[in-house]
Design a protein around this ligand. Sequence first.
Ligand SMILES: Nc1ncnc2c1ncn2[C@@H]1O[C@H](COP(=O)(O)OP(=O)(O)OP(=O)(O)O)[C@@H](O)[C@H]1O
Length: 303
Amino acid sequence: MSHFIAIEGISRRFGATAIFENLWLAMARGEFVCVIGHSGCGKTTILNILAGLDAPSEGTVIVDNKAIDGPSLDRAVIFQGHSLLPWRTVLGNVAYAVSSRHRGWSRGEVNAHAQKFIDLVGLTGAEHKRPSELSGGMKQRVGIARALSIEPKIMLMDEPFSALDALTRGTLQDEVRRICTDTGQTVFMITHDVDEAIYLADKVVLMTNGPGAVLAEIVDNPLPKARARHDFHKHPLYYAVRNHILDFLVERSRTFRAQAGASYDPRRVPHITPGLPEPAPVPDAVQHDVVHRRAGTATNHSS
Ligand SMILES: Nc1ncnc2c1ncn2[C@@H]1O[C@H](COP(=O)(O)OP(=O)(O)OP(=O)(O)O)[C@@H](O)[C@H]1O
């Protein structure tokens, strides 16, 4: 089965130090994946490789059946800082991105398209303001509108909400979730916020500590796709998922490699659904494919 995004055996070394090694990860089109791991394990480096801004020391990344060999408008990046052009208005910033995507469009066509995405992120009325006149949350909305306006195949987000106050963060999470769900956007997002990951992600990828970081587990989020901020924490499996991720961050991100030992296969990272009851006994023939874990059930898949 071919995947929309296939990270195939990538490593990244700086000098003699391997930040991470032999990472394999597959993502389906329309999937929202969050990556969690301690500072320095290489999350931003992976995102930069997906963006085409950095290259792996080994391995390759395939997107839509094509190996990444540099930046592309098919992959939009939203950083923590908004990096807007300060001399341009909101409309000017978004229109600049639109015109780089659609070089043949008239100014009217470009502005109409840009306006659609300004409206989508709730900035109607602020089109003619410059970045210095905007709050942090509004600037981040412009960054999101700009990224969405080029209609990328993938959105890459590096802690996009971490610099915002809690209220603005919640509102923007809601909007990004709504937009990505409605448009079937494929998203790869880095976060340090466990609740944010559980609220937004279909899958949460857990990375061990660097250097020499690896992908330890993929947590399949058991919460329904149609979840709401006000009650997602009341889902019966919410605490199992949350505790599993926290337990990983506190303890297992450090010890995982030594404990997993030779049984760790980077090409078959275990999928975990914390809190699900133990499965029925598995016939011997497929027993090797199933791993039982304390916090739930882990099944080895290649995706
Ligand atoms: N250009 C570079 N030259 C040397 N070392 C680098 C370079 N870029 C990143 N590193 C190192 O690689 C490691 C991983 O960095 P990276 O920013 O990818 O981690 P991260 O998991 O995103 O961290 P954080 O959560 O703090 O953002 C760090 O130790 C960093 O110092």
